[in-house]
Design a protein around this ligand. Sequence first.
Ligand code: FRU
Length: 471
Amino acid sequence: MTEEELYRPDIHFTPPKAWMNDPNGMVYHKGVYHLFYQHNPDSSVWGPMHWGHATSIDLIEWQHEPIALFPDSLGTIFSGSAVVDSNNTAGFAKPGETALVAVFTQHNTDGEKAGRTDFQTQSLAYSIDDGKTWIKYDQNPVIKNPGIKDFRDPKVIWYAPKQKWIMSLAAQNKILFYSSKDLKNWIAESSFGEDLGAHGGVWECPDLFSMQYEGKTIWALIVNLNPGAPNKGSGTQYFLGEFDGKSFKSFTDQTLWLDYGPDNYAGVTWSNTGDQKILIGWMSNWMYANQVPTTLWRSAMTIPRELKLMKLGEEWRLTSLPVSSLHASGKNRFQKNEVNAIEKVKISGSTVISFEASAAKDFSITCMNDEQEKIVIGYDHKKQVFFIDRSASGLTIFHPEFAGIHIAPRLSNHPSIKVKLVLDKTSVELFADDGLSVMTSIFFPKKSYQECWVDPQNGQIKGLLLVQMGK
Ligand code: FRU
């Protein structure tokens, strides 16, 4: 079997060739979802960053587009965001045109090599042909570096109450907020998080946005962190609170995680999707991203996920579930209302598995090939944790931290657990309790998994459904 057949996912986005990391510049415009991404087109390891580009109308089937942004004399193109400048605040559009504006970090490698601290600055590019081609602003950078080595990943939103743009920017161990009327001139507003959240590594790729819950506005701030995640390496924490156009205040001092698995990083949301918030993450981890055993391309994105607010007692949480369009193309492969003993089901390629189980008993799902390689996903009711065990999943020796069992706490106290698993050739995503406990994990079997064993252990699994996805 070729690498392509064995490892290229069916329903997860991958670059046509070479290296990919963070999703960038996600914007919904004229019925099209744009996805840009950190891309080194000349190698399958990280290097001089460009913005690769893809488009989709359903967030599942992607069409590759030409590279959107290339390095220039200011630096390579690091992560950032894009907005639709409907009011032409930046003045890039002529009458009758609408400009898309990308805001991104330029990383100056020469400055970094020379030992300077000001080598990351923020720049603009715009498109007046609906994202097909991009023109860099001729007065870049728009934010110079004040002497902070890690100063990057601008995410811009429109703050309607004050008719201005707000930028969240990661600055080593905190998030800085800036505001602007025209996307070109930025004023520093405030700083958040030095003394809150997880700080086991550098803060990167923030995202501030508002959400509605029964007529109430709640603000979410996503902060990616590397290293320092619950299962080591890269991870995504979030804060919920208030934002007044100037500063963000968190409701609690608890650290909250969007995904407890090892392989969801740098996720941020699409802009211009109204009240619907859709996040996509890079399905890897900086610990081993450059060593995973594919050579023609490296890394995939997660399934796009819809974020919602949930009330847990008096506290707020963010949940994530696969976008509903994932379900449009599936074909039911197996269905059973009550499973009381191990149920073996053949699989091929990508499969969505869903069921409901009692929270008072353990359960597990093992997917395997005939070489005894397997991935085990389950729940331990005594410890109140979900787990994904990839220690015998296939190739693991490329990095000492890859093999292992990863866990996520159960946060709900509902007597039954709703489970959804999105299984692809080289990844599994677990969404439990309506997306309250989420885990993402990648794996590389030497032969594709052909069968899943659904094991209710001493309990009962209800409403088991396996849906065959993709080709
Ligand atoms: C996160 C990150 C960003 C940076 C980009 C560089 O994975 O380190 O902070 O902009 O990747 O590729």
